[in-house]
Design a protein around this ligand. Structure first.
Ligand code: MLT
Length: 435
């Protein structure tokens, strides 16, 4: 048995025992409250989900298994000759809770390569049947579902496996899916651009390196950018729409193919995974005439957006109350490699101007830039991927986290999610009765 699977299997019983003891001892204790405004406000801030792989700290940003982004940028294994963390190391950490050695990351990479068989024939036929104008995220969701017939979890359930034993086949599905995603993403990209297939990546290339190769061939700096991008988008606790959708659909014991395709659909919204694309559309007029804009131009653009009743994309987060550390990491990469870029300079100016403008317009807590205000800036430097495709890269990266979380949902045998809903009439009557 490989070390990643071995470590998880050693943790299964202790984790279940711990949860059983917690429920036995504290099962009746209240953890969170909800007020009426939260009920109509996306249940923001209400603790009502378990997600073992990561947690979002409003001040420090996402912590992957307790570790911050800056810590992991220093500590996770990196590709030979590179400086960015390997997706394999992140997967190992999220799945096991342990920091991987270089050998651990290499073993995960070898496992993923052994599970990759090029573009699945049914997924290829499904993509070919779609009109080319089909949104890339729709193509990704369809491509994932087209591979559902490979599900080990589905097979195990049909063969009578007990719920508590489904984590192993879920784990296999997670790794098989991750192995197949670079080929699927690259096929969607090729269709949009009318490109021919590139040569196979060299033996031994890491997962994100292979994804970059399949998109753009041999381009070492792009591979580094994709390593950073996939690491930073890898997970964002359980409450964001994509993660929650994956978990929710998976909670009915739908296999990981169904669950991930639901997560991809969740990420397709402009207020979620598509925010990167929307930010680029918003910022582009500022650099359209060539050269970085002045501070006054930037301020005018921001005020005009707010006065039209729109939000400034990429600024303000549901949970974060400081600058998103993912934004900072992308900023550093772009500053190092593309200091002359008008776009990079413009986004630097936005960092100074937007929070001030938002505060002047009465938004005081939620003003800082998120990863969405830099992810597209990074990708634009390479001119190899189009904006409608950015969401696919976000979703392929996020698959690392949501699939790891799904394995842990199975380990903890979490039941179908079934919160109670009420009508506004019920609420009004309830308020009248209880006042
Ligand atoms: C994410 O990366 O999923 C976004 O920052 C959205 C969120 O966490 O709600």
């Amino acid at each position: 048995m490989d070390r990643m699977r071995q470590l998880i299997s050693e943790r299964v019983e202790p984790a279940r025992k711990r949860v059983r003891a917690l429920i036995k001892e504290h099962g009746g204790r209240a953890i969170s409250e909800i007020n009426l405004a939260q009920l109509y406000g996306g249940v923001r801030g209400v603790i009502c989900l378990i997600n073992e792989t990561s947690a979002l700290d409003p001040m420090q940003g996402i912590r992957y298994r307790g570790r911050t982004i800056p810590e992991l940028l220093r500590r996770l294994p990196q590709a030979p000759g590179g400086h960015q963390p390997l997706a394999e190391g992140l997967l190992f950490l999220l799945m096991t809770g342990e920091e991987p050695s270089d050998e651990d990351a290499a073993a995960v990479g070898a496992d993923l390569r052994a599970r990759a068989h090029g573009l699945d024939a049914v997924a290829a036929a499904a993509l070919a049947a779609l009109p080319p104008e089909t949104e890339p995220m729709a193509q990704l969701a369809i491509g994932v579902l087209a591979m559902q017939r490979h599900s080990e979890a589905h097979r195990a359930y049909q063969a009578g496996a007990h719920h508590r034993d489904l984590w192993e086949s879920t784990y296999d599905d997670a790794l098989n899916l991750l192995a197949q995603l670079p080929a699927l993403a690259a096929a969607i990209h090729r269709r949009a651009r009318g490109l021919a297939e590139v040569n196979e990546p060299p033996d031994g290339l890491d997962w994100a390196g292979r994804l970059a190769w399949k998109l753009a061939g041999d381009a070492p700096l792009f591979a580094e950018a994709i390593r950073l991008f996939t690491f930073l988008h890898g997970d964002h606790e359980g409450g964001n729409i994509g993660a929650h959708a994956t978990h929710l659909v998976g909670s009915g014991l739908a296999d990981p193919y169904y669950a991930l395709s639901a997560g991809v659909a969740g990420l397709a919204g402009p207020l979620h995974g598509r925010a990167t694309q929307d930010f680029m559309r918003w910022v582009t007029p500022l650099v359209a005439s060539g050269g970085a804009p002045s501070r006054e131009d930037v301020e005018r653009h921001c005020v005009a957006t707010l006065e039209q009743g729109q939000v400034i994309p990429g600024f303000g987060h549901a949970v974060l109350r400081r600058v998103d550390p993912r934004y900072v990491a992308l900023y550093r990469f772009c500053r190092e490699h593309f200091p002359e870029s008008d776009l990079v300079q413009t986004v630097g100016l936005l960092y100074e101007v937007v929070p001030e403008v938002l505060k002047r317009h009465g938004q005081d807590r939620n003003v800082w830039p998120t990863v969405d205000a830099y992810a597209g800036v990074l990708l634009r430097q390479f001119a190899v991927v189009d904006e409608p495709f950015y969401g696919v890269l976000v979703a392929v990266s996020r698959a690392i986290g949501v699939l790891s979380a799904l394995v842990w949902d199975r380990i903890l045998a979490l039941p179908p999610e079934r919160p109670k809903s009420v009508t506004t009439d019920w609420l009004v009557r309830h308020l009248e009765r209880s006042s």
